[in-house]
Design a protein around this ligand. Structure first.
Ligand SMILES: [Fe+2]
Length: 153
């Protein structure tokens, strides 16, 4: 390979890498802004199949000590596990503390990752903290789970 061809190939490769980053970042932003409506569990007595498959369930200890790491599991959905297929999957799971987003996972491809997430967090201030999860389905929108309260003392 001549030096000029080598340089051209290198520049083309760098351009492709940059384009890949651009499209990945763009897809990430689209996940955030494209699902405006937030769905919740409306039919508590008789949940619909969509609710069963999409409302995230938060599992956390009832009480922790300040500064102690602990696990928060999020399962989507809370009665029927959401499918994970190449064309239909949970592409984002977000964790909120007292209504503020503190962490999230992004599932870029369907059919590979489970519809669950595990966060390891700690809380420093004594008191009651509300924990909530939000799940995004690539086909069925954004879903907010029921809040769970944890005592820090
Ligand atoms: Fe779905």
């Amino acid at each position: 390979m001549k030096r000029r061809h080598f340089v051209q190939a290198g520049a083309a490769g760098a351009a492709l890498l940059l384009a890949g980053e651009f499209f990945r970042a763009r897809a990430y932003d689209d996940v955030h802004i494209s699902k405006g409506k937030i769905n919740t569990l409306v039919h508590r007595d008789k949940p619909s199949l969509l609710e069963k498959k999409h409302v995230p369930l938060v599992e956390a200890p009832k009480a922790v000590k300040p500064g102690q790491w602990f696990k928060v599991n999020v399962k989507v959905g809370y009665m029927v596990e959401h499918p994970s297929k190449p064309a239909h999957w949970i592409d984002r799971i977000e964790l909120q503390l007292d209504g503020k987003r503190v962490s999230e996972i992004i599932n870029i491809a369907g059919g590979v990752t489970s519809p669950n997430a595990c966060f390891t967090i700690r809380l420093d201030k004594p008191g009651d903290v509300k924990i909530e999860a939000i799940a995004d389905c690539n086909l069925h929108g954004t879903w907010l789970g029921e809040p769970v309260y944890i005592k820090v003392s």
